[in-house]
Ligand binder design. Sequence first.
Ligand code: GLN
Length: 554
Amino acid sequence: MHATTGKASATKYIFVTGGVSSSLGKGIISASLAKLLQARGMKVTIQKLDPYINIDPGTLNPYEHGECYVTDDGAETDLDLGHYERFLNVTTSQANNITTGRIYQSVIDKERRGEYLGRTVQVIPHITDEIKRCVQILGEGDRYDFVITEIGGTVGDIESLPYIEAVRQMRWEQPEDTLVIHLTLVPYLKAAGELKTKPTQHSVKQLLEFGVQPDILVCRTEHNLSKSIRNKLARFCNVGVEAVIQSIDANTIYDVPLLMQEERLDEVVLNKLGVQHDNRIDLNDWLTFLDKHKNPKGSINIALVGKYVELKDSYKSIVEAFTHAGAACSVKVNLLWIHSEQVQAANTSELFDDVHGILVAPGFGSRGIDGKIEAIRHARENNVPFFGICLGMQCAVIEFARNVIGLEEAHSTEIKDYTADPVIDLMAEQKGLADMGGTMRLGAYPCNIAAGSLAASAYDAETTEERHRHRYEFNDAYRKRFAEAGMIPTGTHPDSNLVEIVEIPDHVWFVGAQFHPEYKSTAVNPHPLFKSFVQAAKAQVLAGSTPKSNEKEA
Ligand code: GLN
C-alpha cells in the first residue's frame, strides 16, 4: 500500500449511488472524496459507470450529456472524468468510464466466441459479472488503495438495476473492502419552513429492496442540517449519525473537498473500511489555488463563441480551464457566452465591444460556422487576443485563407464537400471510414513546438503532448502560402508533420490549436496556453486600450 499516513490491506472499493433526483453532483462528491484521500497520501482512482446503451458518449450530441471528455488513451468519456482529472491532477483512461453498451458488447462478443460454452447468457450472472470485472480490473496489481465507482443515474431507474445488483454482490463477497455512499437530496419546503427527510428515507428503502444498505449518506441541501434532522436520517436509514454528511450548496465546486473535510467524510470512510490513519492531510496546493481563485486582483471579459452555448456543460473543460488560468493570473475571467449563429459582420463591433479576448470553441458540422469566422475576423483585424480550439482553429485557417490570402472559396471539406480551396481537409486515414463511433483521431499525440513562437514561450518547452478529437486537418498543400501571408504553423506532429498549432506573429495573441488543451488543465496545474491567453487579455485591460486595428496601412 502506498499510503504514507495510512494503511489499507487491499484495494478498497467505494461505490457512490444517487437517490431522489439526478444532477446532485455525484461526480463532484466522488472527486472531492478522492481529493481528500489523495491528500492523505493514498493512491486513488475514480470510475464512472453510465447506464445508457451508447458504447461511449462520443456519438452523443452535447445537448444530451454535455461535453465529451477525452483521455490520453483516446477514450471518449463522460464529463465527470474531467472533474476527476481536474481535482486529482492524475490522468484517467478507457477503464474509468464504462457504459451499459460496452458491458453488453463485451458479453455478446464472448457469447459469439462460444466462451459461455452453450449456457444461457443472462443479466445475472453474466452482465453483473462483467460489471464487477470492470470495477475490479482497476484494483488489480495493487495500483490503487481506493477505487471510487460512481454509478450514473438514480436508484430505481430500470437501467441501473444490474449495477446496483453488482454492488450488492461485491458487498456480500468482500464486506471488508467495500463501502456504499448514497448521495441524496434533503429538500427545503419553503411553505413549511422545513427540511424534509422523507425523499431520502424512500430512496434508501429502495436501495434496501435491492439488498444494498448504504454505509454513508451524503445529503445535498440548501440549508444546514440540524442535529435532529441528522438523527432522524440516521435512525430511519440505519446509518450512524456521524455517517450523515451534509453537502450544502457551495459557491464553487472547488470548495466541496473542504466542505467534505469539515464534515469528516474522509475520516468516516477510512474508519468504516478499517484503514489506519493519523489525520495528516496535505491540501496546500489546493488551498493556494482556492485562495487565488477567490481573491482575484481584477477581471477580464472573454467571449466564448460556440453553438452549444445554451448548455454550458457542453464546454465544461474550457470553462474550468479558464478558472484555473484565472487563478494563476490573479484575475477573474468573466465568460460572455456568444451564440455563433448570432454573429454577423454587421454586429461584431457591438458584440465584442467590451471583450479582452475571444475564444472560438470546438464543434462539428456547419451550423454557426459563418458566425465563428466573423468572430475570428473581428479578433484578427482588431488585434483582440484570439484562441481557436479544434474547429475554432480550423475556422481561423478558413478566415485567413479567405480574407488575407484572398482564396474566397476556401473552406473545410467537413462543411462543403467540393470547394476550390479545401484548406481544411479530411485526414488520409479518415477517408473511407463508415463507422462514426471511436474512429476520429483521438487521444494524446506528441507535438513539436517551433522555437521563438508564442506557443514555445507559453509552454516553455520544445515539445508537448496534447489530446485530439477530430477528423479534419490543416491541408498541407497550403502551408507555404499561409506562411508567406503571415499565418505560421508553430506546432507540428513529429512523424506526420500534421499542423497542430497555427499563429499569427503579427498580432497581439493569435493561436489556433488543433488539439484540445482544455482537457489537460487542472486546478493545481493550469494549462500554459490558457494561462498565456488570459495573461494577454489581462494586458489589454492593464493597457486600458480599446483594441487597436491590426490592419496594415494601405
Ligand atoms: N469537426 C472538426 C473535425 O472533425 C473539429 C472537431 C472538434 O472541434 N473537436 O476535424
